[in-house]
Design a binder for this molecule. Structure first.
Ligand code: CA
Length: 727
């Protein structure tokens, strides 16, 4: 898109203004002819390129192409943020996970909820304009590793683009919500999902997918914004026989990729992973699309590819030509990924004084799951510097090229390795922000250790969770209860203000636990972040001092946004429980008791006086539905099979966080026949509980029922186990 690239002079002017702290960039076109009355999402390439100069709007997932999530609005500042109150709320009508960052353009907010449903709201009042439901078959919910979430839409030339959880991408009319086009972007016989927000660059809709916990081959698609037609595709893993796909990635595999994969292993049938499920940024200076690549499939490299080679482009940051998708460079954060160490986390572009004699250098920054904060050259991918942003014990450091120096034991086999970060990462999908005025990146960081051990019953080519790591290794008595207690005491969360030039933290704020929200930075000197406990907070950007906090009565994990209409600045966040941690850690880690929360959009303004409605769903006292049964041997089988097959959705020890049913109280536990009807025969497939007959025998299914019923009768034992005693 040579014609749209910012001129060198404009780019330099933008840098100078950034350095001076004022709103950078100058609109390249006259936007005054756009009238909100006639225009819905009339977003052009020019508007996207100049988004920093129009902070009244929030035009794309990360706010601007560089995805700094830093707004130049200043009406809300450190001086008055304590006066923020609720302007309006909107009910997203879901108890599932909500991860969406609202887009605001021409006075309208476009926001998504669980199951990829899109809402258009009046951004001043919250009044509903339209709702679009893609009518997803709920059975695909089992493919979603981390709940049926969606992180938001893209807007461009009157259309709204949404990635649908079943692998479709849709274009909607921004004014009416009517469907314009609908394309399938994945092989729907494989367990692909889409949870990420599309981005639009020069008439192309960029979107990847997820599914690497179950077994897929990752790629990034560029679709024609007018028609949905595929323009280019970049695969992140070679084809099974390493032959060309006829895709944009072919030359990358011929030159650097194929030699990093062996000729045997589960990657050939499982797809190898490498899904592009979150971060995609556009570097207009270099006309480059830079995206983050996920973990290997299966996780365990011995099973995925026994060669032990680097396995490009897993866990890498990859740069391609925006027009053609042709390979430009890559930087691999975790060679030979073995731990679910995705590099899909927020990528932020910025100019930092890291050149010769302190000259500005254009960089990409990322805090991926593996615990290291990286600063690399945006033009070449060259490693500039990096350092651990959370404690880690899988390496002893980085080489001068940025390659991790591994601790050999971290390549677990039969002997478990107690590792931090675990698969949920030192930082997950919760968006990071960067304030160029104070030069700090704000990382929603966490510590969630994991006992990694090889899964003895791994099978190739499954469509269920299929990582090659044994999840029973996290549960007493499979592991000693002291180890479990140690793991649990290691759960931590904090907001880190990271100085990417000094390569160290400037300040940190400790939270009650992990899985806190995404971050918004503003030129008012304020940093906003939600917390797992339902508080939405504002901090001083320079010091971390807490300036304001508001209880949103739900989870507050999403990336907040801000916009201004008629001289009033608003701060907005989507709320709700769900997503990976609350499902997989269940009621054991979630604040107790977790109500069946309802997702919302909550929008604040100075002096706002609205009240967030209480969740008014009566809590029924749960009771076991069957008498205890089963031999000790049967109960032991039930525990292990539950841990391997059920924990990631229904919670450890059969204790749910409340997002999905707590099986202990399920009426289906009352009868072996009814239980088998669900688990083996798929009787609840229509609401997302598909058959497990391909991975569990009839005896194992009944053993799981015995274990679940035992847990229903055994609250003291569960509490003891959680606290570190015998279960
Ligand atoms: Ca993963």
């Amino acid at each position: 898109m040579k014609t749209l690239r910012l001129s060198a002079a404009a780019a330099v002017a933008s840098l100078i203004l950034t350095a001076c702290g004022g709103p950078p960039g100058t609109p390249q076109v006259d936007l005054s002819e756009t009238s909100p009355e006639e225009a819905f999402a009339n977003v052009t390439d020019e508007r996207l390129l100049n988004a920093r100069a129009t902070p009244e709007e929030w035009l794309s997932y990360g706010g601007t192409y560089d995805e700094q999530r830093h707004s130049y609005l200043t009406r809300i500042s450190t001086e008055n943020v304590a006066d923020l109150g609720v302007a309006w709320t909107y009910d997203l009508a879901t108890s599932r996970g909500v991860e969406s960052t609202p887009i605001v353009v021409d006075g309208v907010m476009y926001v998504t909820s669980a199951w990829s449903i899109v809402y258009a709201l009046d951004a001043v009042t919250g009044e509903e304009l339209w709702v679009h439901d893609p009518d997803v078959d709920r059975a695909v919910g089992v493919n979603a590793c981390c709940d049926v979430v969606n992180r938001g839409v893209a807007v461009y030339e009157g259309k709204i683009y949404v990635g649908v959880i079943d692998g479709r991408v849709q274009a909607l009319d921004a004014k009416t919500g009517e469907l314009i086009w609908d394309v399938v972007t994945v092989d729907q016989t494989r367990p692909y999902t889409i949870t990420g927000a599309p981005r639009v660059v020069d008439g192309k809709v960029l979107i990847g997918n997820g599914g690497a916990e179950l077994g897929v081959r990752g790629y990034l698609n560029a679709l024609d914004a007018d028609t949905g037609q595929l323009i280019w595709r970049f695969y992140t893993v070679p084809s099974p026989d390493k032959t060309p796909d006829g895709a944009a990635s072919d030359s990358a595999f011929e030159t650097v990729g194929n030699v990093t994969w062996g000729d045997t292993g589960a990657w050939k049938t499982d797809g190898g992973g490498g899904t592009v499920w979150d971060s995609i940024v556009y570097d207009e200076v270099n006309d480059t699309v830079i995206f983050g690549v996920g973990n290997g499939s299966p996780w365990n490299q011995t099973m995925r590819d026994p060669s032990g080679l680097d396995n490009l482009f897993l866990s890498s940051i990859v740069a391609v030509d925006a027009d053609t998708g042709a390979y430009k460079w890559h930087f691999q954060t975790t060679p030979g990924d073995n731990w679910d160490y995705t590099a899909t986390q927020t990528i932020i572009l910025a100019e930092l004084p890291l050149g010769e004699n302190g000259a500005l250098r254009r960089v990409a920054m990322q805090a991926p799951k593996n615990g290291y904060f990286y600063v690399i050259d945006a033009a070449t991918g060259e490693f500039i510097q990096g350092a651990g942003y959370v404690p880690q014990n899988w390496t002893t450091g980085l080489t001068p090229e940025g390659r991790p120096i591994e601790v050999p034991e971290a390549r677990y086999a039969e002997i478990p390795y107690l590792q931090t970060p675990g698969p949920l990462g030192g930082h997950n999908w919760h968006p990071m922000a960067f304030n160029p005025d104070v030069g700090l990146a704000y990382i929603p960081a966490q510590e969630i250790p994991q006992a990694y051990v090889e899964d003895p019953r791994f099978q190739e080519d499954s469509t269920k969770w299929n990582t090659g790591a044994d999840f029973a290794a996290g549960v007493p008595p499979v592991i000693p209860s002291e180890v479990f207690k140690f793991l649990r005491s290691g759960l931590k969360g904090r907001l880190i203000a990271w100085d990417p030039v000094a390569n160290e933290p400037r300040w940190t704020v400790e939270h009650e636990g992990p899985w806190n929200g995404g971050v918004l930075s503003t030129a008012g000197g304020v940093v906003f972040q939600g917390k797992l406990n339902g508080e939405f907070a504002a901090y001083d950007a320079a010091t971390g001092e807490e300036l304001w906090v508001h209880d949103v009565k739900s989870g507050a994990a999403s990336g907040p946004g801000t916009y201004e209409i008629d001289g009033e600045q608003y701060v907005t966040i989507t709320t709700g429980w769900g997503s990976a941690y609350l499902l997989s850690a269940g009621g054991v880690a979630a604040p107790q008791p977790v109500p069946p929360a309802v997702g919302k959009v909550v929008t604040f303004k100075l002096g706002g006086d609205q009240v967030i409605a209480d969740i008014d769903i009566p809590m029924v006292e749960p009771t076991p539905k069957a008498e205890e049964f089963g031999t000790d041997e049967q109960l032991a089988i039930g525990l292990v099979q539950y841990a391997r097959n059920c924990t990631v959705c229904h919670g450890p020890f059969a204790v749910s966080s409340g997002v999905l049913p707590d099986l202990r109280w399920s009426a289906y536990t009352a009868s072996a026949e009814a239980w088998k009807g669900v688990v083996a025969d798929g009787n609840l497939q229509s609401i997302g509980m598909v058959s497990f007959a391909d991975v569990l025998s009839t005896d194992e299914i009944e053993a799981i029922r015995a274990y679940v019923v035992q847990q229903a009768h055994n609250p003291d034992g569960i509490n003891e186990a959680i606290e570190g005693g015998a279960p």
